[in-house]
Ligand binder design. Structure first.
Ligand SMILES: NC(=O)c1ccc[n+]([C@@H]2O[C@H](COP(=O)([O-])OP(=O)(O)OC[C@H]3O[C@@H](n4cnc5c(N)ncnc54)[C@H](OP(=O)(O)O)[C@@H]3O)[C@@H](O)[C@H]2O)c1
Length: 354
């Protein structure tokens, strides 16, 4: 039987180079300039102002930053130049700022055509999950696109029923089999299933060490989940994929993750279309001649949040990527930041039963 997916619970909700991927020798060549002050990117309420440009970050200054290097490195600033731009995760692996979400994209031609189209216009990141039931179509779409696998950042996730050490290892094999790849770029623990996720994480560490996931991370983890995980982890999660949009910013969680170099990635970034109903977003939309979705996705980038809007429609897939030719001001960033009402579209990670 198909597992119940949390997102089905909200079915009625209104409906980012420089290359950046390792060469054949496995060395990462790209470093993209970040549009925020690293170490505080998620935190500072007003981050949209044009800021002085700094030099391209290197692996060494990243690791200095992780160790708490000085203010001048914290103030390293960057910009976004295009759809293929990436952020370097804590282990140096580049992850595109913008990706295509495929939850509720139907297995088969629907998801494959969305993936093909997205890749054809420059997307280089696809976010799927075992529970979405469309990993096969995602893999097919990628192969049909003609874009080399090595240029695409593929994320999938272990579903709740498969959590635990041995079952996660098996679930991972199954995902690779469906995708028809021999590695993924990012493997995530989909939800913090109590009493299981530390053993699940042990399996992810093993997968990571084997090279079959270039990065590993979590999803829907709150501070207490992360603290528990980190008490036994030998590899720190590189990403936390969370519900994140103007009505749900979770500043404490963002701060916690920023302090530990855990990249935040936004799910339901455009509130499944409902950002169009927020008057302040509509005002900005009119001001820039951009759609409400574009305004909010741009806000994600300027906050230093990786974002993965979902669409199966070419015009929207294109619209959601057309966010690299304008910049929100500091005041405008502040206006969106002030919309936070701590309201979820999806389940509460502290209170879910699936
Ligand atoms: N880790 C988790 O627990 C979790 C949970 C939920 C989602 N996710 C991931 O995050 C991705 C994005 O989240 P999401 O799918 O929940 O929500 P979303 O990206 O905020 O919104 C997607 C919905 O909005 C519509 N849409 C897309 N672009 C639009 C635009 N420019 N204007 C108006 N409507 C637009 C889409 O319809 P059409 O397809 O018809 O265009 C779809 O119904 C998912 O696909 C999945 O990969 C992860």
């Amino acid at each position: 039987m198909e597992p119940t997916h949390p997102d089905r619970l909200v079915e009625n909700a209104t409906a980012p180079s420089a290359g950046g991927f390792p060469g054949p020798d496995g060395k990462v060549r790209l470093r993209m300039r970040l549009p925020f002050r690293r170490g505080s990117s998620y935190l500072t309420p007003a981050l949209g102002a044009p800021l002085p440009r700094a030099s391209t970050p290197t692996s060494s200054n990243r690791s200095n930053q992780r160790m708490g290097a000085g203010k001048e490195q914290e103030n390293e600033i960057m910009d976004f130049r295009g759809i293929k731009d990436s952020v370097a995760l804590a282990n140096g692996i580049p992850m595109p700022w913008l990706g295509l979400g495929v939850f509720r994209a139907k297995e088969g031609e629907e998801v494959a055509q969305a993936v093909r189209y997205a890749l054809s216009i420059g997307y280089r990141s696809i976010d799927t999950a075992a529970v979405y039931g469309n990993e096969k179509g995602v893999g097919e779409g990628i192969r049909q696109s003609g874009v080399p696998r090595s240029e695409i950042f593929v994320t999938t996730k272990v579903w709740n029923k498969d959590q635990g050490y041995a079952s996660t290892l098996r679930a991972f094999e199954q995902s690779l089999e469906l995708l028809q790849f021999n590695y993924v770029d990012l493997y995530l623990v989909h939800w913090p299933v109590a009493a299981k996720f530390t053993q699940t994480w042990r399996a992810l560490e093993e997968i990571y060490r084997s090279g079959r996931a270039r990065a590993i991370g979590v999803s829907n983890f709150m501070e207490d989940h992360l603290t528990e995980l980190l008490s036994t982890a030998t590899v720190r999660p590189m990403v936390n994929q969370i519900e994140f949009h103007p009505r749900l910013i979770q500043p404490d969680l963002l701060r916690y993750c920023a302090d530990r170099d855990i990249q935040i990635e936004a799910w339901s970034p455009i509130m499944r279309g409902a950002v169009r109903d927020i008057p302040e977003i509509r005002t900005l939309s009119d001001r820039y001649g951009k759609t409400p979705a574009q305004i909010v996705l741009r806000w994600d980038l300027q906050r230093g949040v990786v974002t993965i809007p979902k669409s199966v429609h070419p015009e929207r897939i294109g619209e959601n990527a057309d966010i690299f030719d304008f910049e929100l001001s500091q005041d405008e960033m502040g206006i969106i930041n002030a919309l936070d009402t701590n309201e979820r579209l999806g389940p509460d990670p502290h209170n879910f039963d699936f």
